[in-house]
Design a protein around this ligand. Structure first.
Ligand code: LMR
Length: 393
């Protein structure tokens, strides 16, 4: 049966993990997959997560099934993290295996509720957006996003395309810390998108996988909340991979905001029916940790403080990159590193330069030129800048 299958190409982000691991060079630098690392190059288990796990170990009395909706206390808490108090009253969350699970459940929900819908993703967008949407049977088109010169959002072009969309369209936006570009939508444009969604009737679909890694937990959700105030219906995928550092525990949520809680609950029940036909129930561990942290004042404080410190480190690296590039090139052409938010910056480097950086300098960057700034050590900045210039960046 399976001999007819060709060897698949492999995911461009995930295949870099193995390539990097097998590279024997000691001074290699991994700027591939989106994980935060501290200055020792380690992706730490956050202290609040350690403490919550200790509590779980001491107090957990059963591993019996939780049911299709997962941990309901987690669902409640995650809603409060993303939406305002009044928005929570007409919204509901479903625990999912990571944000990818949420993206897929929402895509499946759209496909069964409104077949023939087109999902509009930014150009460029997260590598996995298109495959997830297409595998759910949805048509995918792109709206312009990045200004290739400034490396910032081309808001007039983006808004002009959104202006032409209507009720059969779904617009997938990154809530903050755009992946892969790092270029975020201004608050003014979020207001404009809200007006367009209300006037033209397209469904906003927000992927907020990096909340807390841009400016702060609150500021990063502001754009999304502007939209949620304006529209009757909206869908959101969110992740605890980055802001809680729970990557491998696959902890995320799909959120439905609707006219009222009952309609949102019906949509969630539909997603449960769909998940029953694939992974059935989400894994418990990560959600139990998040639940324990967000329902304890002291653990919440510890978590927020550590998240803020992570944020400061990444923003410090961004400033240091700008300074080093200015000194080395006597130009401001790399200033975009300081204007971007979150873990990534899209450099727009050519495939040849990316290959040269890997082969000659042991620097691993995702195809298309996405650099994971959050994976860099302070001590690696000069090496990186020199390698970029030597490779012709
Ligand atoms: C990334 O973009 O590097 C992460 O979101 C990891 C992933 O699942 O692709």
């Amino acid at each position: 049966m399976f001999e007819q299958l060709a060897t698949p190409k492999g995911d461009p982000i995930l295949s870099l993990i193995a390539e990097y691991r097998n590279d024997p060079r000691e001074n290699k630098i991994d700027l591939g997959i989106g994980v935060y690392r501290n200055d020792a190059g380690i992706t730490p288990v956050m202290q609040a997560v350690h403490d919550a796990e200790a509590l779980l170990l001491a107090n957990q009395t059963t591993k019996a099934y939780q049911g299709l909706t997962g941990d309901e206390a987690f669902n409640e808490e995650i809603l409060k993290l993303v939406l305002t108090e009044s928005q929570c009253k007409r919204a509901i969350a479903l625990q999912t295996p990571g944000a990818s699970g949420a993206l897929r459940m929402i895509a499946d929900l759209i496909a069964v509720t409104a077949p023939g819908s087109t999902v509009w993703i930014s150009d460029p967008s997260y590598i996995n957006h298109r495959p997830i949407m297409e595998k759910a049977g949805l048509t995918v088109k792109t709206y312009p996003y990045l200004n290739a010169e400034t490396r910032l959002v081309n808001e007039p072009a983006m808004l002009a395309t959104l202006e032409s969309l209507g009720p059969k369209d779904v617009v997938l936006l990154h809530g903050c810390c755009h992946n892969p570009s790092g270029a975020d939508i201004s608050l003014d444009s979020w207001h404009r998108i809200a007006e367009l969604a209300t006037k033209n009737g397209f469904l906003p679909f927000i992927d907020i996988a990096y909340q807390g890694l841009g400016d702060s937990l609150e500021a990063d959700a502001q754009g999304l909340q502007v939209l949620a105030d304006a529209v009757e219906e909206m869908v959101i995928s969110t992740s605890c991979s980055k802001n809680f550092g729970l990557y491998r525990d696959r902890t995320g949520a799909a959120i439905i905001l609707s006219k009222n809680k009952q309609i949102a609950s019906n949509a969630r029940a539909k997603m449960c029916e769909l998940s029953r036909g694939s992974y059935s129930m989400p894994p418990a561990h990560g959600a139990a940790i998040v639940h324990a942290i967000l329902t304890s004042e002291s653990l919440t404080k510890s978590w927020r403080d550590e998240l803020d410190a992570m944020n400061r480190r990444v923003n410090g690296l961004r400033s240091a990159l700008v300074k080093a590039f200015r000194e080395k090139t006597q130009t401001e052409r790399f200033d975009y590193f300081g204007q971007h938010k979150g873990m990534f910056s899209l450099t727009g480097l050519s495939d040849d330069i990316i290959a040269e950086l890997k082969h000659n300098h042991g620097i691993y960057i995702v195809g298309g030129g996405r650099v994971n700034v959050a994976g860099l050590k302070e001590s690696e900045i000069d090496t990186l800048v020199e390698a970029f210039i030597a490779a012709g960046a």
